[in-house]
Design a protein around this ligand. Sequence first.
Ligand SMILES: *Cc1c(COP(=O)(O)O)cnc(C)c1O
Length: 350
Amino acid sequence: MDLKIEKVKESRIKEVDFSKLSFGRTFADHMFICEYKDGKWQNPTIKPYGALSLEPSASVFHYGQAVFEGMKAYKDDNGHVFLFRPQENYKRINKSCERLAMPAFPEEWFDKALRTLVDIDSEWIKPGFGNALYLRPFVIATTPGVQASPAKDYLFIIITAPVQSYYSGDVRVKIADYYSRAANGGFGFAKAAGNYAGQFYPTQQAAAEGYQQVMWTDDATHQYLEEAGTMNLWFRLGDTLVTCPTSERILDGVTRKSIIAVAEKLGIKTEIRPVKVTELIEAAENGTLKEAFGCGTAAVISPISAFGYKGKDYEINRPAELYTDKIKETILNIQYNRSEDPFGWRVQVK
Ligand SMILES: *Cc1c(COP(=O)(O)O)cnc(C)c1O
């Protein structure tokens, strides 16, 4: 890949208060952009972050041919910069692309583009748990014309945003008993833009009732718990951590996968099996539900303090010693180069 680099004349970093960042609103100096036309990816360029110019008929605006990824770059106390299992994201965006009839982006290009971009804007990454550069690769269809067919032209772009921890506190979630986020044969497993647009309305309804997130259930019966917003779900039932199997309705999260491995290393028993809504309610009532949490790149782990189902709320009475804390600390230590990395997940950029 012949990567062209145009740097900003002057960095905007001095204008940014890193102690008052709200998630994903401030962007670093540069972005990566690459065009797909005439059947191939071309003109890979790093240039100043800025507006795009697209025709109003560009197909992304009409048919939602768009996918994305979410990753982070971390800095240790010696100024070294790391990515966490980036190969997983390189592969996953191409799975998403395939399902939306979009061309794959070469993994080696993705890797070089990401490393170069992170290196150029590494001043934007502050050390310390929670501080990171959030990386948002995405692909959009740009061919002009309102014909409902796959586009011929695309843009692959990476923008980056300095962030602190994502969620401020514990979340109350509402279990979906009517709406669905994904269906069999659909594209729930893909990080496709449309999956999120469809969640906003039910999540707004839940917010009006005092919940921060919706805990999605299977579309056919609404009896099995699947995902929450942009996170995979975990429950501690007795002393076993349980998460549901991934499927074509569920996004195969890197954090979920990592928790499965970390829990095993910590000697925590895990089970990957379907979890029924009724099982969760029973466990909450008889006290065997000790923890519940969502997991994803943005927050690593978001503890769930209570859930609502059909108008009734169930509080989760958590013990003093939490699996959540141990697991989160283990993952953060690996991400921030404060411990050994027995899994080989850390990838040094600089
Ligand atoms: C991104 C995402 C997750 C979490 O995936 P990670 O790779 O752990 O960040 C879970 N569910 C959905 C729907 C997502 O979009």
